[in-house]
Ligand binder design. Structure first.
Ligand code: FES
Length: 64
């Protein structure tokens, strides 16, 4: 499914960018070699990024 019409970015690509460390649409789109234009997609892109990041295992702090 296309998330960003301006850049033809798919949901799969946004999720991949999030798994690679992107925390926001600007960073995800930069990872994909483009940048936001109209901005219509940014809220949905952020939701996808947040969903993907929530799947990551939490880091545990170990005290010495
Ligand atoms: S739809 Fe993504 S910047 Fe326009």
């Amino acid at each position: 499914m296309i998330v960003c019409v301006c850049n033809a970015i798919t949901e799969t690509e946004v999720r991949e960018a999030a798994r690679s460390g992107a925390t926001c649409p600007d960073k995800a789109y930069a990872y994909l070699g483009c940048e936001p234009h109209c901005g219509c997609c940014l809220v949905y892109a952020q939701e996808l990024i947040d969903q993907e990041r929530a799947k990551r295992p939490k880091l545990r702090m170990v005290s010495a």
